[in-house]
Design a protein around this ligand. Structure first.
Ligand code: SF4
Length: 324
């Protein structure tokens, strides 16, 4: 995938204001610039075409939201919402548990989710080959049984770079790729990528989809290509106010995922990210939504509802977290 391809795949602010008249006011333009300066607005053309109105669940995830369009005010958001900063034994590795580690192979994503807890990554340059080699050396010597390629989005890398990383990691019993690209930029799931990933019998792909409206024909076809090549597919969603904080909405998503062969793995409680306050759901509301979801879907379609604890201890079921 060339750089030119990536650039033309993004929609511009001008295109958005021409389509949505409420973005044309001076206040709206100023707000957009404020948000964009803190975390660039980045929307793929594919995603943009799936948006039906400014208030729909897809628009809300990518257009600047009211709080981030204002000057910063004190809220109950956290600087280090999932406790990652203290768990980096070497640059580009996050390790919260002895048996598994995250390898941050890219700082870039095709699309920017406004609730992202790694929203500062995009300011920084990509890891060099030398930095990645050192991170991989650490992982190989650490004895982990699972390595998780994360970022940013690992599929922001081209197929050759990805292949080079996977080849070095192939002796690790389980390799996971956590990616939102098949959902946000489905043309990334091209023949070359499927060929690369299909070579590894120890590889799992975990996508990130929050609402059934994200699953258009192109996305489903890309996921099918991965599945046909033998790659197990799982999904993680984030519970987001105004997007999917409703048990019927989540039930629709989970049922659809099962029907297309993607296991609904995790429902993450909203991380307390600065700038993402508009998406926050309370723990009490989240538990109520989850209990209702349990009544509506089969065990196969029921994700685990977890919270990535701010103390860096990792994911725990929300029910256990609340009870202490
Ligand atoms: S794809 Fe993932 S890492 Fe990238 S902006 Fe969205 S939530 Fe953040």
């Amino acid at each position: 995938m060339s750089t030119i391809r990536k650039q033309t795949s993004m929609v511009t602010h001008k295109e958005c204001t021409e389509r949505f008249s409420s973005l044309q006011t001076e206040t709206a333009k100023r707000g957009w610039l404020t948000a964009d300066s803190q975390f660039p607005v980045r929307i793929t053309r594919s995603w943009y075409h799936r948006i039906q109105s400014l208030s729909d669940p897809l628009a809300k995830q990518v257009f600047p939201q009211p709080t981030e369009m204002q000057e910063r005010v004190q809220t109950d958001a956290l600087q280090n919402p999932v406790g990652e900063l203290d768990k980096q034994p070497v640059p580009f590795v996050v390790q919260k548990h002895a048996n598994r580690a995250l390898l941050l192979v890219s700082r870039k994503c095709h699309l920017h989710c406004r609730y992202c807890f790694r929203r500062t990554l995009d300011d920084l340059i990509e890891p060099t080959q030398e930095e990645l080699d050192k991170a991989i050396d650490y992982i190989l010597s650490s004895g982990v049984e699972e390595v998780i390629l994360s970022g940013g989005d690992p599929l922001f890398l081209n197929n050759d770079r990805l292949f080079g990383i996977l080849e070095r990691l192939v002796s690790i019993p389980t390799i996971r790729i956590h990616t939102r690209a098949p959902i946000t930029f489905p043309s990334r799931v091209n023949v070359g990528l499927v060929e690369v990933l299909g070579q590894y019998s120890n590889l799992w792909v975990i996508v990130h989809c929050n609402h059934v409206q994200e699953l258009n024909t192109e996305v489903v076809e890309g996921l099918q290509r991965l599945r046909v090549s033998g790659i197990p597919l799982l999904n993680q969603s984030v519970l987001l106010k105004g997007v999917n904080d409703d048990s019927d909405v989540l039930a629709d998503l989970c049922r659809r995922l099962v029907r297309i062969g993607v296991f609904p793995y995790y429902l993450h409680h909203t991380d307390r990210v600065q700038g993402a306050e508009d998406f926050f759901v309370t723990l009490a509301d989240g538990l109520q939504i989850y209990l209702a979801l349990e009544q509506k879907v089969s065990g196969l379609a029921l994700p685990k509802y977890v919270i990535d604890a701010p103390d860096g201890s990792g994911k725990v079921p929300v029910e256990r977290y609340v009870l202490g």
